[in-house]
Design a protein around this ligand. Sequence first.
Ligand code: KG4
Ligand code: ZN
Length: 357
Amino acid sequence: RSRTYILGIETSCDDTGCAILDTNGNVISESIHNQNLLHLRNGGIIPDVAQDLHRRYIEPTVTNTLKEANLTMKEISAIAVTLEPGLPLSLAVGMKYAKHLARKFDKPIIPIHHMEAHALVARMQQHISFPFLTLLISGGHCLLAVVEDVKKFKLLGKSIDSAPGELFDKVARRMKLRNLFEYSKICGGQAIELAAAKSLNPHIFKLPLPLVDYKDCNFSFNGLKTAALLQLHRKEEEHRIEGDQLIPEYNDLCAGVLMAVTRHLVHRTQRAMEFCKQYKMIPDENAQLVVSGGVACNNYIFKNLSVLCEEMNYKIYRPTPKLCMDNGIMIAWNGVEKWRRSLDINMATDLQSLDIR
Ligand code: KG4
Ligand code: ZN
């Protein structure tokens, strides 16, 4: 292992993540504190509550990561920390703590873009050369971009409203997929995936294909959400009138939602591949798709994207599930990629520019 260590800190949403990597990309240690269960009880993330929890857990998480690596702050070469995008209150906790460490131990700070980190972390485990196409799908985002270099992302399209993970979380919560969901540690998207797999009639709920008439690479999930919740409401009414306790169609509706989201993702990704070919943005030998973000954990979605990639002569990559979800390793890894290229190394004496917007 090399002697240059990068500490990564992630607090953009509801996970307090920290990791230490050496500049060869070996993970020396990592810690993550997840607020999922608490937010489930609240019916969603409340920014103030998330911030309080980050404040409470940031120090123990970082301390624990150093301890497990058997390192002190003196031996760390730089601190990589998420600057944007995310919940401003949550981001501020990580940035403030990173600045505090930077000043106290005279270490540089490397600001990280959360979505870039989601895409680049795939390069930690596999050989993926620039440029490549990336589809980033999470609870807060949905976008397609060409990654030309560590800091050069060309956005091809993004969601004009909500994100796929958000849709899954809403539907799962509305269905109270309780036995699957509330009492165990799984999130909405996983609950939908499990329920959909149990469906015996996956085609009975028909949901629309969003933006079908638009020839761009943008996404939209609000229409699907409204349609899904309306059909859910209708079914619940029918069963309420009949006095049923259990609603057997829940699994089928989960399957319908998952299939509709998948079709939309595949449709737009195909557009992006055609666009890249037409404008020669990715040479044939680089035809690689990286899928990342929490929703990329979904095997049904990944399988269907794999079929598309086969048809389009693309290689497909995704980080392991733990690295698809928010974590400190992807931030530290992006720090390593920037460190190797001397990009964005901000000295401890000059940190004013790194304010959370
Ligand atoms: O990337 P991430 O950890 O946080 C954000 O930056 O949003 O993604 C979390 C999202 C949640 O909405 C969660 O429901 C979704 O990823 N998710 C999944 C699966 N596992 C997590 N969605 C679909 N299928 C899954 N297996
Ligand atoms: Zn994320």
